[in-house]
Design a protein around this ligand. Sequence first.
Ligand code: DON
Length: 333
Amino acid sequence: MHLDIPDIKQEVSTGSLPSRGRVDELVTAAYTRYRNHTAGAVADYIPALADADPNLFGVCVVESAGATHAVGDTDTLFSIQSISKAFVYALVCEAFGHEAVHKRVGVNNTGLPFNSVMAIELNHGHPMNPMVNAGALATTALTPGCTFDEKWEGIRATLSDFAGRELVVDDEVYRSESETNMRNKALARLLQSYGRIDIDPLGVVDIYTRQCSLLVTARDLAVMGATLADAGVNPLTGERVVSARVCRDTLAVLASTGMYEGSGDWLFEIGLPAKSGVSGGIVAVAPGKGAVATFSPPLDSAGNSERGQRVIARLSRALGLNLFASSVQVATR
Ligand code: DON
């Protein structure tokens, strides 16, 4: 990952965001700086994604207190893809608790690509990382419900609660991925062979594919992230979606695994839990403050949006979001 991070001052995490007007200015400046940036390639391994317009670009910040700052294509719909993994993970933690999910799925980065079979074999069948496909399939298998219809309805309803509006599936993306997802079917069968999935693996792949096909906007992603930043309460609807404990667990997992094999570099440069998806979305969460979401389809080789990473790197610095940044406090002795 080479972000070419601009030479701007690293503001210190203060516990609060700058004034609304200043956040507006900084979001607009970040958008403007990268509007004409062209690096990266649109994902084409799912045929329906290959037609995405590489010029689409939106940046949205939603504060935990609810204020929204949106510039560019923030109301364009796209399939949520891997970003769904973060919110289904929260759903399963809410239903079954920290220990059960930790034991079944794990919380560590495999350091291998998001669709790796080798990662399962190297870890004796343990999926390890809930934010890559194998761990996400094991997580989706755990969702509450006696039938796949019940499980699916729980996923759709919970992700809708995070977004604060009813989310629907993009049927074209769902069909296109269903026809080409042999690798995910193989991963699910392999997990079944290791006892990590104990229901019909192809049924699990089906609802996983539907969850990845849910349509969102950058604005939705920012609201979903801001709900994790706001201890589980959606800042727009005021509804509690998950507990504060679940937010903490989910954000810890995102910090170590959310940007695939680039997660260490990401934490080093940006200092925020985040999740990306192959359709070009990224959401980064600043606990207690809010979330930054971007949409720009061209990706780097790990599957992370090129422009999105740069914009969030800039905003993490300018808004003082990096969790690890501090300044000397004068002792009052
Ligand atoms: O399972 C897949 O391959 C896609 N539905 C999601 C992959 C994804 O978003 C990985 N992203 N960077």
